[in-house]
Design a binder for this molecule. Sequence first.
Ligand code: NAP
Length: 326
Amino acid sequence: MKLRTLGRSGLNVSEMGLGCWQLGDDFGPVDDQRAQAVLATADQVGINFWDTADVYGAGLSEQRLGQHIASNPGDRIIASKVGRDGALYPDGYTKEKVQRNIEGTVKRLGVEALDLIQLHCVPTEVLKDGDMLAWMEDFQQAGLIKHFGVSVETMDEALFAVKHPKLTSIQTIFNVFRQDHINQLFPQAEANQVGIIVRLPLASGVLSGKFTSNQQFATSDHRNYNKDGAAFSVGETFSGVPFEQAVALADELKALCPEGYSLAQMSLRWLLDQPAVSSVICGASRAEQVRENASVSDLAPLSRELHDQLSSFYFDKVKSLIRGVM
Ligand SMILES: NC(=O)c1ccc[n+]([C@@H]2O[C@H](COP(=O)([O-])OP(=O)(O)OC[C@H]3O[C@@H](n4cnc5c(N)ncnc54)[C@H](OP(=O)(O)O)[C@@H]3O)[C@@H](O)[C@H]2O)c1
């Protein structure tokens, strides 16, 4: 597993990371045994960068990480998030409450200080008024956190955050179905040494090519209840592309896969081929997914010709379908 430096933090993160939203049961139920197998496999394949949040399963994801860390000590870099808890979101943010929530995360994870805290898609006006970012600097000085970043919904938020002189990273939706960052954000992120953490690398799994248009998702799975943005941002689940169209587009992409590459591997390799990307935090609900996703670090980059084809695919067929503010 190759490592990349996360912004100016000096942290060396595995280029394939692990998204742990699944371990909060928000992609359907995942029992303890399966959750621990996902984490153990991540260790085995050299994934040292794990992303979670206090709200994933109302703390369950962090608790499971904490249990694993306690019984398997090692050098990992853990990122969590703050800002979507019901006591804070959308307009209840105070420094004391945010600090209490981060302290809760630190306790559940069983770490001394959190490697990276990210503002968790807080409302644009809250991000831009700057108080929360100033509190993060205070928490950093106090030793509660080591580094801070933001997780954002829109390009406007990313372009605001990228200018912050102390920001370590921006977590953003970037994938074959969402490519604008290459021209709009990455030059500035690289110039300002801000790391890019890629979420939804498989557009909630659809870019693995395994779904059919009549796919059924569990009741507790956001791909069921937020398919069309009923619970949170419509741009999040399936990367904002209506599900049936996303499935058809993924099926079309299969014809472009280089020999020996699955669609998931091509989609993930496309991300790693972008030098601005620090880590791709692909979510996994099964150990074998972790293994397949980690394998991409050792695959050859895609050809220039294929990059051009995937770019045309996005601009000609996908971009106009994306819902919500990008
Ligand atoms: N607002 C935010 O800050 C925010 C929002 C969303 C996500 N995130 C973070 O980003 C991470 C990644 O995003 P995501 O999990 O939403 O989307 P994703 O990584 O694009 O999709 C994950 C899903 O793809 C499927 N999958 C993964 N690897 C596979 C493989 N090799 N073959 C077949 N299917 C595969 C699994 O679906 P099945 O479970 O159906 O098998 C898995 O649950 C999350 O875990 C979370 O840590 C943050």
